[in-house]
Design a protein around this ligand. Structure first.
Ligand code: HEC
Length: 488
């Protein structure tokens, strides 16, 4: 059976989860090898295969927010049992085989289900066996009603009370309804020391520890109004009470605690917030299969029409289509798309990496002045952004039209002698007037005709020379173009 399973796995699962179970395209998809969702009861996996899965899920410490299509119609019970028996015994997984009977039962029990599963739903039905629940003896209370402020729920009569063996604060059973309140009571085991509690909600919420109100969000409103407070706790078990009130439209509730000596927040709710008040899951964008990844959205530090490019080798730029130039360059992580992809997409997202260097923040093309080029020049050149093209390797060339000339501004990540970004600027067409391009504005160090540095970044030119003004570095564009290398 496991042998059939391996073949079927290759046909039906490996495109996304990879032949080695580690998740296809370098971990863009979640792993099945070592997955806590695969281990333990097979019902979880059977349901995922039958009806599909969407929305955020954390697997082995990493959050995914993708969609797995249902395969219940394509696969027989025998197929599913064989595949899952294989998955549960391959790549170091050591769980029991799955019987055809078990798949049959789950299929019969979920026959009427048309929607995809979500992680909180599955967790509620089948808590992860190998993961200790964050809260023990957790009980939820549900109250119907239209509340304009958070009432004292302990005084109201709930219409439903349930045990929550998953140990997570979770309102997803009522997510499709408005006008309700919920209260959870459970126990949290803590070491002695300072505990930083976090709370965010849409709409109102309250966190009570050992009978004392620690945090409160008193007015209706969206996620992104996170509050936090540090309190001293003794070693032992503490009573936690969370009260929540949903007025209308969207819901959201995240409750977490940073324990002494811990760098990250332990989330007590199935929804995760973030220390900075973000309540969306992290969706870190990374280059896939050696190709740059492009992010067109509001990027903090550049203009509204920003185009982010994350190159292989952890080099990233934010190009402004309003000002025709890369305005920021940084190393490390590219950008967290969680904000724009799962929230309502309002606001600017900062670069996720470090060492952000601002290159310019204004329109960069100008006619060279008669005196031979002070910056800013006497008049700026009429300029139009013409979009970008991708090379077969996925590298972008931005097209700009300046006074009748076409400027091709191409970028690729190179290794020379360490990871660097190479920018190639080329001109085409009739250039009616000498044009200069602002490369950098701000204070620079080690200014030389062919190189300078700023904020730890070294900028080198070949096929041209930099011209320095007061807090500016300018390139006078010539027919043959120039290459600029950005490195750290
Ligand atoms: C088209 C791509 C695709 C295919 C094919 C696919 N999956 Fe998935 N799978 C996903 C995605 C994406 C997720 C995470 C969904 C989310 O983010 O909510 C996932 C999640 C899972 C999970 C839970 C999370 C984890 O990593 O443990 C299991 C178990 C799983 N898939 C099993 C399978 C099995 C078994 C097959 C083959 C029968 C299969 N999948 C086929 C894309 C796929």
């Amino acid at each position: 059976m496991a042998q059939d399973g391996a073949q079927l796995y290759g046909l039906y699962c490996s495109a996304c989860h990879a032949a080695d179970g580690k998740g296809a395209t370098g971990g863009q998809f979640p792993p099945l090898a070592g997955s806590e969702w695969v281990a333990g009861t097979a019902d979880r996996s059977i349901k995922i295969v039958l009806q599909g899965l969407h929305q955020p899920i954390e697997v082995s410490g990493k959050t995914y927010n993708l969609e797995m299509p249902p395969q219940g119609a394509a696969l027989t019970d025998e197929h599913i049992a064989a595949i899952l028996s294989y998955v549960r015994s391959a790549w170091g997984n050591k769980d029991s085989a799955v019987s055809v009977d078990q798949v049959k039962k789950v299929r019969a029990a979920t026959l009427n289900r048309k929607e995809y599963w979500t992680a909180p739903e599955l967790l509620k039905l089948h808590p992860l066996e190998n993961v200790k629940p964050p809260l023990t003896n957790l009980i939820s209370h549900h109250y119907k009603g239209q509340f304009d402020k958070l009432p004292d729920l302990t005084k109201l009569k709930p219409d439903a009370v349930e045990e929550e063996p998953s140990g997570f604060i979770d309102y997803s059973d009522y997510a499709k309804t408005d006008h309700f309140a919920m209260m959870w009571e459970g126990e949290l085991e803590t070491p002695a020391g300072k505990h930083e509690f976090h709370l965010d909600s849409d709409d109102m919420s309250r966190l009570v520890v050992d009978g004392t109100v620690v945090l409160e969000i008193k007015t209706p409103g969206p996620i992104g109004r996170a509050v936090k407070k540090t309190i001293q706790l003794t070693k032992g078990v503490h009573k936690i009470r969370v009260e929540y009130c949903e007025v209308a439209n969207l819901e959201g509730l995240s409750v977490g605690v940073k324990m002494p000596g811990q760098r990250s927040i332990k989330w007590l709710s199935s929804e995760k917030g973030s220390a900075s008040g973000k309540a969306w899951p992290e969706i870190m964008l990374t280059p896939v299969a050696g190709r740059p990844v492009i992010y067109r959205n509001f990027i903090q530090g550049t203009s509204a029409r920003g185009i982010g490019v994350g190159f292989p080798g952890e080099i990233n730029i934010a190009y402004s289509a309003d000002n025709y130039a890369p305005e920021m360059i940084w190393s490390g992580k590219f950008i967290d798309a969680g904000h724009h992809w799962t929230d309502r997409g309002i606001g600017y997202e900062p670069p996720a990496g470090d060492g952000v260097v601002n290159l310019t923040k204004q329109k960069v093309f100008a006619f060279v002045s008669e005196e031979g080029g002070a910056w800013p020049a006497t008049s700026s050149a009429p300029t139009r952004f013409r979009g970008y093209q991708l090379s077969p390797q996925g590298n972008p060339t931005f097209l700009v039209e300046v006074a009748g000339a076409k400027i091709f501004d191409a970028y690729e990540s190179v290794f020379s002698p360490s990871q660097a970004l190479q920018r190639s600027i080329r001109m085409d067409g009739n250039v009616t007037q000498p044009i200069s391009l602002l490369i950098f504005s701000g204070a620079v160090q080690d200014a030389m005709p062919n190189r300078f540095s700023a904020g730890g970044l070294t900028v080198q030119i070949s096929g041209g020379a930099f011209r320095y003004g007061k807090n500016t570095v300018v390139l006078d564009l010539k027919g043959e173009g120039a290459k600029i290398l950005y490195s750290w």
